[in-house]
Design a protein around this ligand. Structure first.
Ligand SMILES: C[S@@+](CC[C@H](N)C(=O)[O-])C[C@H]1O[C@@H](n2cnc3c(N)ncnc32)[C@H](O)[C@@H]1O
Length: 226
């Protein structure tokens, strides 16, 4: 999979130089390119913002640099994503669907966002990472990209996805590592028993308990998002 990220703040993507995402790039499993939108500005001062028609506080990103930046990487296999608080709220199912594309282009908004016509022209998928507003699209793009890449074959070790939160519609069960007693708290006895059937049963029960407590909405019958 190839991902092009269009941003005014390329340095924000330092986290992709670390850990699993970095290894997947080095192995050639994925390709991530960070493209500076400012380099596409035809303004003599490389200006990339403009006032919104109709007035109001704040500026919008200029249309032309984004249009040219998208055009420079767009092919007939590309899917354009625009992270936006006004988009559909992101979830695991959307991550899996995005992971199927050969090429993704992310437009990172800033200031008050981008001109609506860009969304129409590139048939961009507007995706929100939650009901709050961040200062820019860089963190949302990283959230979406990090989570979808986990579904791209060979990015994670085999089996890593099978018992994660949301994989079976529930949150993950509690996990423990050494020491067996920490701050006076013991690891549940069943996990030390070596009885795999009992461990499986305990994990299912605990998974259900945690889901009921933290995310009862996941247990509603009409919900089928994972
Ligand atoms: C300050 S926000 C603009 C908010 C916009 N004026 C609105 O009210 O919907 C600047 C940029 O941050 C990104 N952003 C902010 N919150 C986000 C969220 N919850 N999900 C995805 N992207 C977000 C978007 O790219 C957005 O264009």
């Amino acid at each position: 999979m190839k991902i092009d990220i269009l941003t005014l703040f390329p340095e924000s993507f330092a986290p992709f130089k670390e850990s699993i995402i970095s290894r997947a790039q080095k192995a050639g499993t994925i390709e991530i390119n960070i493209i500076n939108i400012r380099e596409f500005s035809r303004d003599k001062h490389k200006k990339c913002d403009d006032a919104p028609f109709g007035g109001g506080a704040g500026m919008l990103m200029s249309v032309q640099p984004i249009f040219d930046a998208v055009k420079s990487v767009l092919t007939n296999k590309s899917k354009v994503v625009f992270p936006s608080p006004a988009g559909k709220v992101y979830n695991n199912k959307m991550a899996k669907e995005l992971a199927e594309f050969e090429h993704l282009i992310f437009i990172c908004g800033h200031y008050e966002g981008i001109d609506e016509r860009l969304i129409k022209i590139f048939d961009a998928e507007e995706i929100s990472i939650g009901d709050y507003v961040l200062t820019g699209g860089e963190i949302p793009s990283m959230v979406i990209i990090d989570s979808l890449l986990r579904f791209v074959p060979n990015v994670l070790k085999d089996g890593s996805l099978e018992e994660e939160s949301f994989s079976n519609g529930l949150l993950e069960y509690p996990q423990f590592t050494r020491p067996q007693v920490f701050e006076g708290m013991r690891v549940p006895e069943v996990l030390l028993s070596g009885n795999h059937a009992e461990i499986k049963k305990w994990r299912k029960q605990e998974s259900l308990k945690k889901t009921k407590r933290n995310r009862p909405d996941l247990l509603k019958e009409d919900r089928n998002e994972n």
